[in-house]
Design a protein around this ligand. Structure first.
Ligand SMILES: C[S@@+](CC[C@H](N)C(=O)[O-])C[C@H]1O[C@@H](n2cnc3c(N)ncnc32)[C@H](O)[C@@H]1O
Ligand SMILES: Nc1nc2[nH]cc(C(=O)O)c2c(=O)[nH]1
Ligand code: SF4
Ligand SMILES: [Mg+2]
Length: 220
C-alpha cells in the first residue's frame, strides 16, 4: 500500500522557504526547503539547533500547498532529522507524485530503505568530531543507489583521515557520489581541498554555498 494513501498525515514543520540549494550535487538550483522539526542526534557543530523543537503541526496537504505556492521544480526535505517523523515518508512520496525533483537530507542514523526510490537521498556519515559517530546506521550503506549521495562533514584532520578510511573500506565512491565538506568556521576549506588533491580521493569537495552568500542567516 502506498505510504501517501493516508492524506490525513500531519507533520511538525519548522520552516519552509525558497532559496538557492547550498549543498549536494544540486548546489545552485533554486529550491523549496521543507524543514521538519526534531532530531534525535546532537552533532556538536550543528548549524540548525533551532529546528530541534518548536514549529507548527501541519497537514500534509497544507505543506503541499505551501510548496506549490513557490512555483519551483526542486524540493529539499531536511530538518532536524526528517526521517524521525513517521509522516516524512508520505510527504516524500506525495512530493514525487506531484512531479517535483525531490532530495532528502538525512543524518544516516535512521533507515533510508523505505524512502520513495524517486528521491535523491543525501546521507551523512557522521565523523568522530561530530560526537555522533556511534549513530551511523551501517545497513544504510548497502541501500545506497547511484542517484544518492554520501556526505561527510569534517571538523579536523583526524576526521579527514577517518573519512579516507571509510571511503576505502566500504568502497563508497563506487556506490554513489561522495561529498566531503568542512565544518563551517572550523576546518579551513583550503586545507581540506589540499588533502583531497594530495590523496587523489575520488570525492567531491563541497562548501555550503548559502553561507558564502548569506552567512548564518536563518531561512536561507
Ligand atoms: C542541518 S542537517 C539536517 C539533515 C540531517 N539531520 C543531517 O544531519 O544530515 C543538514 C546538513 O547540514 C550539515 N551541517 C550542519 N551543521 C554544519 C556545519 N556547522 N558545517 C557544515 N555542515 C553542517 C549536516 O551535516 C547535514 O549534512
Ligand atoms: N540554502 C540552503 N541549502 C541547503 N541544503 C541543505 C540544507 C539543510 O539545512 O539541510 C540547506 C540550507 O539550510 N540552506
Ligand atoms: S543530525 Fe543533522 S540536524 Fe541533527 S544535530 Fe546533526 S546536523 Fe543537526
Ligand atoms: Mg542548513
Amino acid at each position: 500500500m502506498s505510504v501517501a494513501s493516508g492524506r490525513g498525515t500531519r507533520l511538525r514543520l519548522s520552516e519552509i522557504f525558497a532559496s538557492i540549494q547550498g549543498e549536494s550535487t544540486r548546489v545552485g538550483l533554486p529550491t523549496v526547503f521543507v524543514r521538519l522539526t526534531g532530531c534525535p542526534l546532537r552533532c556538536v557543530w550543528c548549524d540548525t539547533e533551532y529546528a530541534f523543537s518548536g514549529g507548527e503541526t501541519r497537514a500534509l496537504d497544507d505543506i503541499l500547498g505551501m510548496v506549490a505556492s513557490f512555483g519551483l521544480r526542486h524540493v529539499c526535505v531536511t530538518g532536524g532529522e526528517p526521517l524521525a517523523q513517521k509522516g516524512c515518508l508520505a510527504l516524500l512520496e506525495a512530493l514525487c507524485d506531484a512531479g517535483y525533483s525531490v532530495s532528502l537530507e538525512t543524518s544516516g542514523a535512521l533507515d533510508i530503505a523505505p524512502v520513495d526510490p524517486r528521491v535523491a537521498r543525501i546521507v551523512d556519515l557522521k565523523a568522530p568530531g561530530s560526537g555522533e559517530e556511534g549513530r551511523n546506521r551501517g545497513e544504510n550503506i548497502g541501500h545506497l543507489r547511484a542517484g544518492d549521495e554520501i556526505k561527510i562533514v569534517l571538523a579536523d584532520e583526524a576526521d579527514y583521515l577517518w573519512a579516507r578510511t571509510q571511503i576505502a573500506a566500504h568502497r563508497l565512491a563506487e556506490r554513489c557520489e561522495v561529498l566531503l565538506s568542512p565544518v563551517a568556521g572550523r576546518l579551513v576549506p583550503a586545507e581540506l581541498a589540499e588533502w583531497i588533491v594530495r590523496d587523489r580521493l575520488p570525492v567531491r569537495f563541497q562548501l555550503q554555498l548559502h553561507k558564502v552568500l548569506w552567512a548564518d542567516a536563518r531561512g536561507r
